[in-house]
Design a protein around this ligand. Structure first.
Ligand code: HPA
Length: 264
């Protein structure tokens, strides 16, 4: 049976909902990845804290390739990640969850592909639907079942960080149609697609983006908002852990078929 993984972002470091948790490390061609494995009922679930359990890895230094490759080595077929985001859309307010369905990539220095002409050949993977539509709907449904407000759809703009944006950048990004801004979803989403893993992200709005409120932005405000609302992630994740069918066929699982598929 394919496994389900949760990738915890800022403020989500602990796989509370699991039992019999073990911390493990795995060596990939891209370096080591640390993760935890535990049970939810009779299922094995993987939890990976993207920034490390003590939030020591900044967004531009995360080894995204090792993390996603590790999930593939562990037989993960579906991964749900969490991200903290700033909102550029007045309808998306602090505390709200957004199930993003598009991204814009403004990162600068990240290893963003497995098909780098070194470890494997060159491939150009379709990103018309960058997030798995079936996993996205399962997350939206899980949220609604729990009475949690979830905005179904939104465009995420990924900045390089680790600094927050300038108000001028935010004005430009708004004019491009971005709804939320964060620092980690690229290249994670594209690597998951290359690795033929169904992938979806639950973004929590922790603040209005720079220049949209009269106050300067602080990292503690981001963490405080995450801590206040973390039970929403846990509720959604529990529903998925108990019911998501990780063996369902999906176009994500054939994303690299034109290039011979993604083999370990
Ligand atoms: N910008 C970038 N990343 C973020 C923000 C933001 O405003 N809030 C939470 N993560």
């Amino acid at each position: 049976m394919g496994k389900l993984a949760f990738i915890g972002g800022t403020g989500v470091y602990d796989p509370h909902i699991l039992t019999d948790i073990r911390s493990e490390r795995i060596t990939t061609p891209y370096g080591e990845a640390a993760y935890e494995i535990g049970h939810y009922g009779s299922r094995d679930i993987i939890f990976l804290a993207r920034h490390g359990v003590h939030h020591t890895i900044p967004p531009h230094k995360i080894n995204y390739r090792a993390n996603i490759y590790a999930l593939k080595m562990l037989d993960v077929t579906a991964a749900v990640s969490t991200t903290a985001v700033g909102s550029l859309n007045p309808d998306f307010r602090p505390g709200d969850l957004v199930l993003i369905d598009q991204f814009i990539d403004m990162t600068k220095s990240r290893e963003g592909t497995f098909f780098d002409g070194v470890h494997r050949g060159v491939a150009h993977i379709d990103m018309t639907d960058p997030y798995c539509p079936s996993l996205r709907s399962a997350v939206v449904e899980a949220g609604r079942k729990q009475g949690i407000t979830v905005h179904d759809g939104g465009t995420y703009i990924c900045t390089e960080g680790p600094r927050f944006e300038t108000p001028a950048e935010i004005r430009a990004f708004r004019s491009w149609g971005a709804d939320v801004v964060g620092m980690t979803n690229v290249p994670e989403a594209q690597l998951a697609r290359e690795a033929e893993i169904c992938y979806s992200t639950i973004s929590m709005v922790t603040n209005f983006a720079a220049g949209m409120s009269s106050e300067p932005l602080t990292h503690s405000e981001v963490l405080e908002c995450m801590n206040r609302n973390i039970s929403h992630f846990q509720q959604i994740i529990s529903v998925l852990a108990s019911s998501y069918d990780t063996d369902r066929d999906c176009s994500c699982r054939h994303a690299a078929s034109e290039f011979g598929g993604f083999r370990l």
